[in-house]
Design a protein around this ligand. Structure first.
Ligand SMILES: [Zn+2]
Length: 367
């Protein structure tokens, strides 16, 4: 089910390399996910009803904290009803739990004992929680700019937190150095960006949305850093198209912070746009990703859906946070980028419109 995105080497049966040992490209999904109603395990909670789509070995132990089955709540945006998918109500307060649960189950089934990860916060907190649940050690490398509540959350789960100065990308480089020094066979870089195991987990977002709406969304609006959620959800919608449950992909709208918007720049201007992409500080720390690992695949999915990428300025992020809170949704600034996108889109994009609220405001102490 998983293979190198470049040379097509199947993911090895043994070990847990974070990228292809032959050509260094990331592993991805090979072919399409098959989702069949008769294969759902309705005895299981949340995302684990779909465990047959996760590519786990037979008999692999689920690692679960009750992720998935999040509410879909309708609210008014400039006279249009928009459905908000409350992913911040997942066990660690972010959508990452859908991916971490599946990723940790895969690594656990391969005998891994220690997980290394770099994260600006949510992915690290999520992985630390699932490592704790599975009885694994976690070492999380975080940029020094990551918000205090997220660092505290990671530590509380029993993970070791290593603070790395400088831009976000320095933390990833620090993990690779640590991995090279570690000659243990049971330590893995449990990268949410490189490893493909979380993508079938994110695909469950699509299955749930179609169940909750009774149809495909017309438009799906979500924050994009690495773009894993957008990509995983796309695989989910494609699986539902193949099974005949829906007829079309929703229009995918990926939203970035103007301070660091490489995929928006590429989508808007082609390769010429990349020359001036910054990695500036932003309230939307969770999507501050200068070089997304699967950027090409994310942009292809957006284009195929007739969607677009958008970039939101700093002052609009805070305004969005406040507007969402006034409707009862307390999300972190990263999630709030969707507000300005909705303001620009309502009335001009297919309905029903779904916006994904990715992370909890309780994790962000500064504004
Ligand atoms: Zn390869």
């Amino acid at each position: 089910m998983f293979a190198c995105t470049n040379c097509r080497l199947p993911y090895p049966e043994i070990g847990a390399p974070y990228r292809c040992p032959r050509c260094s490209a990331p592993f991805g999904l090979q072919g399409e996910i098959q989702v069949k109603r008769e294969e759902l395990d309705n005895e299981q909670p949340g995302i684990w009803r779909y465990r047959n789509t996760f590519g786990l070995p037979q008999g692999a132990k689920p690692v679960s904290l009750g992720e998935g089955d999040t509410p879909l709540v309708w609210a008014d945006v400039l006279g249009t009803q928009v459905a908000f998918k409350c992913e911040y109500l997942n066990p660690t307060g972010s959508f990452k739990d859908r991916g971490s649960a599946v990723l940790t189950a895969h690594l656990f089934s391969r005998g891994v004992k220690t997980l290394l990860e770099d994260s600006s916060g949510n992915a690290g907190a999520s992985l630390a929680a699932y490592a704790a649940r599975a009885g694994l050690q976690a070492r999380i490398f975080v940029p020094d700019s990551a918000s205090g509540p997220k660092r505290n959350q990671i530590q509380a789960y029993g993970a070791e937190v290593i603070r790395i100065m400088g831009p976000r990308s320095n933390a990833g480089e620090a993990v690779v150095r640590a991995l090279q020094k570690d000659d243990s066979q049971v330590t893995a870089y449990a990268s949410h960006a490189y490893l493909p195991f979380n993508l079938p987990g994110y695909a469950t977002l699509a299955y749930e949305l179609v169940e909750q709406l009774g149809e495909s969304p017309g438009t799906l609006v979500l924050p994009v850093g690495q773009g894993g959620l957008l990509l995983g959800a796309t695989y989910g919608f494609q699986a539902l198209i193949k099974s005949g449950a829906i007829s079309h992909l929703p229009r995918l709208i990926g939203v970035q912070s103007s301070a660091c918007a490489p995929l928006w720049a590429l989508h808007a201007y082609g390769p010429a746009g990349l020359g001036w992409v910054a990695e500036a500080t932003t309230l939307a720390e969770g999507i501050r990703v200068r070089s997304p690992v699967r950027g090409d695949a994310v942009l292809e999915a957006v284009s195929r859906s007739q969607g677009t990428m958008m970039a939101v300025d700093e002052e609009k992020i805070l305004d969005g946070r406040n507007q969402l809170a006034l409707r009862g949704f307390y999300v972190e600034p990263t999630s709030a980028v969707v507000w300005e996108a909705l303001v620009q889109l309502v009335g001009r994009t297919p309905e029903p419109i779904v916006a994904v609220l990715t992370g909890s405001g309780l994790k962000y102490g500064q504004v």
